[in-house]
Design a binder for this molecule. Structure first.
Ligand code: SF4
Ligand code: SF4
Length: 333
């Protein structure tokens, strides 16, 4: 029988503007330093940023299953350690000063790691393309991880909807790893517990933004409560509808919304002439964000047009984020 889900009083949510993410990994490092430097956590990046198209992190996570089909919980596969990439040390001295190939130590040579296929993308020059896809736990409204856990170790906080693993109750069963379609929980071999993003709840409780949002060098991220009409998250996701969930078809009702990367350069003909047709194929964006992408493209182009003509656009001002406080703190205090 399906578990009865807690309906939180409020839901914390995020918006990531993929037109602005520069793939600098500042958010990744901020999260890593803060939360995953303990035993068994070397390979864990609760926050990670990968190149799309690409195999992602863990490797090929989109094909491993989980989530829901209607109300039926689906059991997916667990990624293997090699899918995350075992941390390795590159032989810089050998490569740079001794003419050796610089192989990783220890061998065998690794075949995957976070953002393994960085900046490769797809397509042929001059119409090759890629963008960056930052991810962390979606703190879903219908969390498959919570429903799958046989030990009732996962709960959704009533005050903010953050999904947390109660480590005293976790028995390392890994049902959450199998059922999360985003492959966000990690199995910690050293502690026999599952670990995952906690949305920096000790910071949120103090009205301070999560580390990933606070440190974002590209001002690409927003955090706030979905029901707060003053929050940029509410405006972008619910009011203007220019931010869409990733793989909504997985059925978990995720609470990270993405502004799709539709404002990039147009196709080139090889002679330096560009067209209106975006280099990133809409089919690729549909696969990630669903059919709403075209509507977002129309809205963003129209609003950008207003700004270019010297007019006003609250939407574009919100995305520009001149005052970082407007992207994170004001909705929380
Ligand atoms: S993204 Fe995965 S781990 Fe996070 S709440 Fe949703 S189902 Fe659970
Ligand atoms: S810090 Fe911001 S711009 Fe840099 S990778 Fe993370 S989301 Fe992208």
């Amino acid at each position: 029988m399906a578990k009865v889900m807690t309906v939180p009083k409020r839901q914390l949510a995020f918006v990531v503007d993929l037109n602005k993410c520069i793939g600098c990994q500042t958010c990744t490092v901020a999260c890593k330093k803060l939360w995953t430097s303990g035993p068994g956590q070397d390979f864990m990046y609760w926050r990670n940023v990968t190149t799309s198209p690409g195999m992602g992190y863990p490797r090929n996570w989109e094909t491993l299953g989980g989530g829901y089909k209607g109300d039926e919980l689906l059991k997916g596969k667990r990624p293997q350690l090699m899918d995350y990439g075992v941390p390795f040390e590159f032989d810089y001295t050998g490569r740079l000063f001794e003419g050796k190939p610089g192989r990783a130590r220890p061998s065998p040579t690794p075949r995957s790691a976070p953002n393994w296929d960085e900046d490769q993308g797809a397509g042929d020059y001059p119409n090759n393309y890629y963008f960056y896809l930052p991810r962390h736990c979606n703190h879903c409204t219908k969390p498959a991880c919570l429903e799958a856990c046989p030990n009732d170790a996962i709960y959704k906080r009533v005050e903010d909807g953050i999904v947390v693993i109660h480590l005293d109750k976790c028995k390392g069963t890994q049902a959450c790893v199998e059922s999360c379609p985003y492959k966000v929980p990690y199995y910690n071999l050293a502690t026999n517990k599952a670990n995952k993003c906690i949305a920096c709840f000790p910071r949120i409780e103090q009205g301070v933004a999560t580390a990933c949002v606070a440190q974002c060098a590209g001002r690409a991220m927003h955090v706030g409560y979905l029901d707060d009409p003053a929050s940029s998250v509410h405006k972008l996701a619910l009011q203007w509808k220019v931010a869409l969930p990733l793989h909504a078809e997985f059925g978990t009702e995720p609470n990270i919304y993405y502004v799709p990367p539709v404002l990039g350069p147009g196709m080139e003909d090889g002679a330096g002439n560009t067209s209106e047709q975006p280099k990133i194929p809409l089919a690729h964006l549909h696969k990630l964000f669903g059919p709403g992408v075209e509507e977002v493209l129309k809205t963003l182009k129209a609003e950008r047009g207003k700004k270019m003509q010297g007019g006003k656009s609250e939407l574009m001002d919100t995305l520009i984020g001149r005052r970082s406080a407007d992207m994170m703190l004001s909705p929380l205090t």
